[in-house]
Design a protein around this ligand. Structure first.
Ligand SMILES: Nc1nc2c(c(=O)[nH]1)N[C@H]1C(S)=C(S)[C@@H](COP(=O)(O)O)O[C@H]1N2
Ligand SMILES: [Mo]
Length: 376
């Protein structure tokens, strides 16, 4: 494998860590674009980023398949059609800082704001077609219900494990309508090294940790991935688990299932004075496991009264939702400030709740959005 120097990162992102590189955009800027431009896509890494050589880098598809095979980028492009999907990528740690602030209790992990989300057009190979090619059990086979599809990247050691990996139920990968991809493009361009060049996994609706970058192995397996980031991280531990020591000692990691689908969520991204006392508020919402976002409401009285925001962008099953609302708030122009809240609901009738429980790792925070009407 050929490594070149560390790639250059976008100067539009705020860095939370340099090594490994972790950075997120300003959300007021983020919601200006339905498709997140590459330079505003957050970067989340548990390992150093390497620029790989696409001519030699390959992914092996193995496990419970009839004939395992190895593919380079050229093989994937030659042997399969190109499938596109618009989907929001989101880190489980999105809104972690908000969880810490609202619950008044420290969480463990990088204090991400609300910008670890990106809505992109992904393109690559349908995971179902790839699996069919190597003779994985077909979707109609009852046995697939208990099988998993494991993804691994052995390119470089991570913070808590020698490699990075994660898994999803095989059933999800074999369902063409779930749109799982082995992707080689983001926004109609080859993936950048930061985002997984030459290829990464795309799992619409699931937490970012399963979207394994620089993936070099895809395995049909009886068990979920053994990787640290599947088994000992990215889990919503019960609130009573207050310390990492307790989580380890009482083995909470094996009692709690891996986080897969993202929760229904929303955030207020910007507040702009249109004229004195009249504000334009913008934000995003993102679907959870029960369906696409159908409505976003805003409130200026802590959720006693809600009024509908206007949805200005949504596309297909997996995109994020952009919304805006015009609010008449005379007090604000008199210098009294205030707050605005936002709340998303989905097609199945699921609605975001006012509060969400604290969890040790600060993952999947999904209480209603909140922002100061700070217009000074
Ligand atoms: N190989 C590898 N893949 C990875 C990670 C990683 O550290 N290494 N981070 C994961 C996590 S936690 C997230 S949220 C997404 C972030 O993708 P991005 O950096 O393209 O935004 O990639 C996932 N895939
Ligand atoms: Mo993540």
């Amino acid at each position: 494998m050929n490594f070149s120097q560390e790639p250059k990162h976008s100067d539009k992102l705020h860095e939370l860590g340099a090594q490994p590189y972790n950075a997120e955009p300003d959300i007021a800027e983020l919601v200006q674009h339905p498709y997140t431009p590459d330079e505003l896509v957050y970067s989340r890494n548990h390992c150093p980023i390497r620029a790989l050589d696409a001519a030699t880098f390959s992914v092996k598809v193995d496990g419970r398949v009839r004939h395992e095979r190895t593919f380079t980028l050229n093989d994937l492009k030659r042997d399969f059609r190109r499938k596109e999907v618009v989907a929001a990528l989101q880190c489980a740690g999105n809104r972690r800082k908000t969880m810490q602030e609202r619950n008044g209790k420290e969480v463990e992990g990088l204090l991400w704001g609300e910008g670890t989300i990106a809505n992109c057009k992904w393109a690559g190979v349908s995971m179902r077609e790839l699996l069919e090619q190597v003779g994985a059990p077909p979707a109609a086979d009852e046995r697939i219900r208990s099988l998993h599809l494991c993804f691994a990247s052995h390119v470089v050691p991570c913070e808590n494990d020698d490699w990075f990996g994660g898994s999803i139920p095989l059933e999800k990968a074999l369902d063409e309508g779930e749109d799982v991809l082995l992707a080689y493009e983001m926004n109609d361009r080859p993936l950048s090294p930061d985002h997984g060049f030459p290829f990464r996994v795309v799992v619409p609706g699931y937490t970012g940790a399963r979207w394994v970058k620089w993936v070099d192995q895809v395995t049909v397996a009886d068990r979920e991935s053994e990787n640290f980031y599947q088994k000992k991280d990215y889990k919503v531990l019960p609130t009573k688990v207050q310390t990492h020591e307790m989580a380890d000692k009482e083995d909470w990691w094996s009692k709690v299932p891996a986080l897969q689908a993202n929760p229904l969520n929303s955030a207020v991204a910007s507040v702009k004075v249109v004229r004195p006392g009249r504000l334009q508020v913008k934000g995003y919402a993102v679907r959870g496991s029960t369906g696409q976002v159908s409505e976003v409401d805003v409130s200026i009285d802590e959720g006693k009264a809600w009024e509908p925001a206007t949805i200005i962008y949504q596309e297909g099953r997996w995109s994020w939702t952009l919304w805006e609302a015009i609010l008449d708030v005379p007090e604000v122009s008199n210098g009294r400030g205030g707050k605005v809240w936002c709340r998303a609901a989905d097609m199945a009738g699921t609605t975001q709740q006012p509060d969400a429980d604290w969890n040790l790792r600060g993952v999947a925070y999904d209480a209603v959005g909140e922002r100061l009407l700070d217009v000074s």
